[in-house]
Design a protein around this ligand. Structure first.
Ligand SMILES: CC(C)(COP(=O)(O)OP(=O)(O)OC[C@H]1O[C@@H](n2cnc3c(N)ncnc32)[C@H](O)[C@@H]1OP(=O)(O)O)[C@@H](O)C(=O)NCCC(=O)NCCS
Length: 436
């Protein structure tokens, strides 16, 4: 008998089944043959929150959570952050290889020439309340692009997909900048094609009356590094949403907006904003210890700590810490850094966090750096969503071209009533009282 199989004995029937093991997994559908009787539907697995279920085969990001390793297409994240620009990495994610100089030139040109938004976007933006959260504006505006590009529905056409990918990667910083300018009440700034991806983003955010925006090179590079770090990260909540929605052959604008809606949650990409709120609440280094004590007693969580996959230091957090130091040399040190460092120091020595393998994640230091650069906390998750768009789109390409994939449709275990007699309105109070 080959070694790479699993033998299962069903103690209800005494039947023995052998199923193949491939890549450390068994196919859930192989369990369906295991039946208590011929009428039985067959065995399923129950896995709330997908703690132990692989839903796809992927060749892009690789994570070893126990050792704190992240690679994109085989390249360690540390090397990509140090040596590449974000658009170079986006190319790697989408096309599988690092671009040659001429491929990169064409790619950058193509993305740069898709940064302009349809003029009606301004009117759309004006419909938001003056204090609308930029992430809500970003998600809605990305979804609204579906109405400007109805051709995007043709998801089976590779050329068409590539066009939508370029549009999305090109336009998401423009939408982000518009949401920001709307919030602060400044007129929108049009893209400047002479500038790099992050410089242009900074131009659209912060240009005032100067004829040409000149970005501080340390800050634009820091932003670029942050974009590299956030570009893709396996089957997290937002990415799984992207795949679920895209599996229905929904267009990439709506699918990206859905993924971003998931990202907005405080347990996911919204954590970076929550970290800043937490540091504000702590207020000073002296209050760190009592705060941690409260968390251990079950009052809230340490935001920016813990991860479903990393049970070691998140490698991205290390790079962000280093990048933040470069940023602070330009902007001055963010006073919250001292509170964060103290929090990390105490938590990493504390049995509660050690036992549960809770380490700082990507969101722990990013907010402190973003704040020093001049971003308000409400923008932090938008800054996560911009680069993650490239990762979502790489997932989308993989999904659409994977012959094994079908529309996503998990199963459920029904635990409700059997069929019941309908209760007419006049008898419902009595029926409800009886049921209680
Ligand atoms: C990221 C996160 C959602 C992962 O959740 P998960 O894999 O489902 O892990 P669990 O919630 O099962 O956590 C395991 C244990 O650690 C504790 N824990 C997890 N994260 C914690 C945190 N940030 N602070 C305090 N305790 C935490 C849980 O309470 C649980 O304790 P228990 O075993 O006594 O019940 C979770 O760690 C979290 O909420 N972190 C804060 C939000 C955050 O930073 N999110 C960004 C992720 S990149």
């Amino acid at each position: 008998m080959p070694d790479n199989t699993l033998t299962i004995t069903d103690n209800r029937t005494g039947q023995v089944y052998t199923v193949p093991i491939e890549n450390g997994t068994i196919r859930a559908m192989n369990l369906r043959q295991i039946k208590a009787d011929p009428e039985d539907f067959g065995l399923m697995t129950y896995d709330p929150a997908f703690m132990n279920t692989a839903s796809c085969r992927r060749a892009i990001p690789y994570i070893d959570g126990d050792r704190g390793i992240l690679r994109y297409r085989g390249y360690p994240i540390e090397v990509l952050a140090e040596r590449c620009t974000f658009l170079e990495v986006a190319y790697l994610l989408l096309f599988g290889e690092l671009p040659t100089a001429s491929e990169l030139k064409t790619w950058v040109h193509d993305i740069t020439h898709h940064t302009m938004l349809h003029e009606t976007t301004k009117k759309f933006m004006e419909g938001f309340r003056y204090d609308a959260h930029p992430m809500a504006m970003w998600v809605s505006t990305v979804a609204a692009m579906s109405s400007s590009y109805p051709d995007a529905r043709n998801v089976k056409n590779a050329e068409n997909r590539l066009l939508q990918i370029k549009r999305l990667i090109g336009k998401v910083p423009s939408i982000a900048a518009m949401s920001y300018r709307y919030n602060v009440g400044f007129p929108y700034v049009y893209p400047d094609n002479d500038l790099s991806y992050t410089e242009n983003f900074m131009n659209m955010l912060w240009r005032m009356v100067e004829p040409k925006y000149v970005a501080n090179p340390v800050l634009s590079r820091a932003l670029d590094i942050l974009f590299v770090l956030h570009a893709d990260h396996e089957q997290n909540c937002g990415t799984a949403t992207m795949r679920t929605v895209a599996s229905a052959e929904t267009d990439p604008y709506l699918a990206t907006a859905s993924a971003a809606a998931a990202l907005a949650g405080p347990l996911h990409g919204g954590a970076n904003e929550e970290v800043l709120k937490m540091l504000d609440e702590i207020g000073s280094k002296d209050n760190v210890y009592p705060y941690i004590k409260r968390v251990k007693e079950g009052h809230g969580k340490l935001m920016g700590f813990g991860h479903r996959v990393y049970k070691n230091y998140d490698p991205r957090a290390k790079i962000i810490k280093w990048t933040a130091e470069q940023v602070f040399e330009v902007t001055g040190r963010n006073a919250k850094l001292d509170i964060a460092l103290e929090l990390e120091r105490i938590a990493l020595e504390d049995d509660y966090f050690v036992k549960r393998k809770l380490y700082p994640n990507v969101d722990f230091y990013s907010g402190i750096m973003y704040q020093a650069m001049g971003f308000p906390p409400e923008m932090f998750t938008v800054l996560f969503a911009i680069p993650r768009t490239a990762g979502w789109l790489a997932q989308w390409q993989e999904l659409i071209t994977d012959p094994e994939q079908k529309i996503t449709r998990p199963r459920q275990i029904y635990v409700g009533h059997d069929q019941r007699e309908f209760v007419p309105m006049e008898k419902r109070n009595a029926a409800a009282a009886q049921a209680r």
